[in-house]
Design a protein around this ligand. Structure first.
Ligand code: ADP
Length: 581
């Protein structure tokens, strides 16, 4: 599967809206952080001011007592500053965590609600990159960036303010670095957003290439595609390397220029202040104070610029995270209730790509409790039909209804209790065996879970596990065999209790012995339900109530095994060739 349709990325406006919504939502927390930082910055300003006093007092002649008093006062303010800062940092972290937690929960909610068809079209790489790299980048920005920017802005504003109060004419020297700083920052910001956005995109491509190769490892191996995949990965990595080189170049211009701009004011204050003091316009104490302020401005301005940079990265990631919200839902649930449990497919067509129908006006009525086998050549559209019947995709035209209500109009959690799709892919979630089964119905009591495990024949091996049904399974914990994983999935189905099941080659991946065991488990699950079995082995068709032969997106034959044999058409020849194998 290639990444043909990318997931959307939010525009600048939407990102700003989301950021200000988050800030508004947490404004009390942010208010506390700002208040504490202001307190700490104010206490920090006392040092240079007192030092200035000391310098002037010394040049005028003073007592030891005064010197000791001023020194003690400086120490006192330093302690106050440190204590306030400690709480400011702490509340800043708490603020960051809260905002980030909300962001992540929103993202998880939006992401798990994405239409499956969108996820499939976009490929997994993009989504994986958004859940990992992008979330991490945003987390970094929110946890550290927002508090740091707050400190810097507060410190810069206060320091400049007090410097101007101390001596307006001397403070002019603080501004000499500004033109350079302004020019280089502007140059940088004009390029960085796009640069970082591209960098993020290349990460998604690298991720996608790696995941696809790993997921398709067997195919790659079987078809000897190793070299091709390596080339593909090399290309992705080269793209990523170029994108990183570009942003590195941007930084390598920004940082040195900014450094020069930082130290210019300190030097200027000393030169300009020296001259002014010589003229008797300012006191040497004032020069000492403002020079110290100039030095003190370096860190916050530096932090601010560094974070402007990082915030660009964060914003690029946020745009990709918020972009998930822009995916149109492929369905809207209505309150219409099905009048019975019959599934009716009427004139249903489906196209994965516009204008390329893979199903053409399929009609099919399934009566509650009936077993239908769907057979036909590979690529005929059997799985697609199964997915329409399971309500995974809405038909492009025509309708697929349960009890008169289109399947895609049913709220998802109710739909899953009506129709379920069983495929050969079974994911074991990290958690206990019970947790895995309980995904079928969240409020199921332990006794029901045990019953479900028993009816699929899994209770024996589950009880052999170190902690029975409480044993942790899934990646990193106890590994289950594919057959066991499949049994858990079936037990899940028993809990969910849908009246209709679509089986898509549910038993074709495992070895024949295990498959036979599983078929027994499966029969327990199928009991009393409507079953649409997309069949590989024709004996499934033989045992079914009716057989539908699908060819090129159409049902070409429909009837019982006997009827179709008598008809002597496509099914009869399939059957004969299968029997003579
Ligand atoms: P079958 O189950 O009979 O083998 P499918 O329903 O899987 O057939 O496929 C029917 C057609 O739809 C094929 O031509 C296949 O290439 C195409 N198709 C299947 N899945 C997708 C997809 N996710 N995106 C685009 N085309 C697809």
């Amino acid at each position: 599967m290639s990444s043909t349709t990318k997931l959307p990325v939010a525009g600048a406006l939407a990102v700003r809206d989301e950021a200000s919504r988050l800030i508004r939502h947490h404004r009390r927390g942010l208010g506390l952080v700002i208040a504490l930082y202001i307190g700490s910055a104010v206490a920090g300003l006392a040092g240079p001011l007192l030092l200035g006093e000391l310098v002037d007092a010394l040049s005028a002649g003073t007592t030891r007592g005064f010197v000791a008093l001023v020194s003690l006062a400086m120490l006192g303010f330093l302690i106050v500053q440190s204590v306030l800062r400690r709480y400011a940092v702490r509340s800043g972290m708490v603020f960051g965590e809260r905002v980030f937690a909300e962001l992540r929960e929103d993202f998880m909610r939006d992401m798990t609600a994405l239409p499956l068809s969108t996820v499939e079209k976009a490929g997994t790489g993009d989504l994986v990159a958004r859940t990992t790299n992008d979330i991490e980048a945003v987390s970094h920005t929110v946890r550290f960036g927002v508090p740091q920017v707050v400190v810097s802005v507060v410190t810069i504003v206060l320091t400049l303010g007090v410097a101007v109060l101390t001596s307006p004419v001397l403070s002019l020297a603080l501004l000499v670095g500004l033109p350079l700083l302004w020019a280089v920052t502007r140059w940088y910001l004009g390029r960085s957003a796009r640069g970082y956005m591209r960098e993020r995109e290349t990460y998604a491509v690298v991720n996608g290439t790696i995941t696809e190769t790993i997921e398709g490892a067997r195919t790659v191996d079987a078809l000897g595609l190793g070299a091709l995949r390596r080339e593909e990965l090399d290309r992705a990595l080269t793209g990523s390397f170029r994108a990183e080189r570009y942003t590195l170049w941007l930084r390598s211009v920004l940082f040195p220029a900014a450094d020069i701009a930082f130290w210019l004011p300190a030097a200027a204050v000393l030169l300009w202040g020296g001259w002014l003091a010589g003229q008797g316009i300012v006191t040497p104490g004032a020069v000492a104070t403002v020079a110290l302020f100039a030095v003190r401005l370096i860190d916050p301005v530096d932090l601010l610029i560094m974070w402007t940079d990082e915030i660009q990265v964060g914003a690029a990631s946020l745009a990709r995270i918020v972009g998930i919200k822009d995916v149109e839902p492929d369905r809207t649930a209505t309150t219409a209730e099905p009048v019975n449990e019959d599934i009716v497919v009427a004139g249903a067509s489906y196209a994965y790509r516009e204008g390329h129908n893979v199903l053409h006006g399929v009609d099919l009525t399934l009566v509650r409790g009936e077993r239908l086998a769907v057979v036909g050549p590979s690529g005929a559209g059997k799985s697609t039909l199964g997915r329409l019947i399971a309500g995974i995709h809405p038909p492009t035209s025509g309708s697929v209804t349960v009890g008169g209500v289109p399947l895609v109009d049913r709220p998802l959690d109710e739909l899953r209790r009506e129709v379920a799709l069983v495929t050969q892919e079974h994911h074991v979630f990290v958690g206990s065996v019970s947790d895995n089964v309980r995904l079928g119905r969240a409020d199921a009591p332990d006794a029901e879970i045990e019953d479900a495990l028993r009816s699929v024949g899994a209770l024996d091996w589950v009880e052999q596990l170190p902690e029975g049904a409480g044993t942790e399974v899934g990646s990193g914990a106890h590994e289950l065999t594919p057959a066991q994983a499949q049994e858990l999935a079936l037990a899940r189905l028993i809990l969910a209790d849908p009246h209709t099941l679509v089986l898509d080659e549910a038993t074709s991946l495992i070895d024949p012995q295990a498959a036979r065991d599983l078929e027994r488990s499966l029969n327990a699950v199928l009991e009393g339900r409507t079953v649409i079995a997309i069949a590989h082995r024709l004996h499934t068709a033989h045992d079914a109530d009716r057989v539908a032969v699908v060819e090129e997106g159409r049902i070409v034959e429909l009837g019982s095994h006997e009827e179709l044999i008598i008809l002597d058409g496509a099914y009869a020849s399939l059957w004969n060739s299968w029997r003579s194998e």
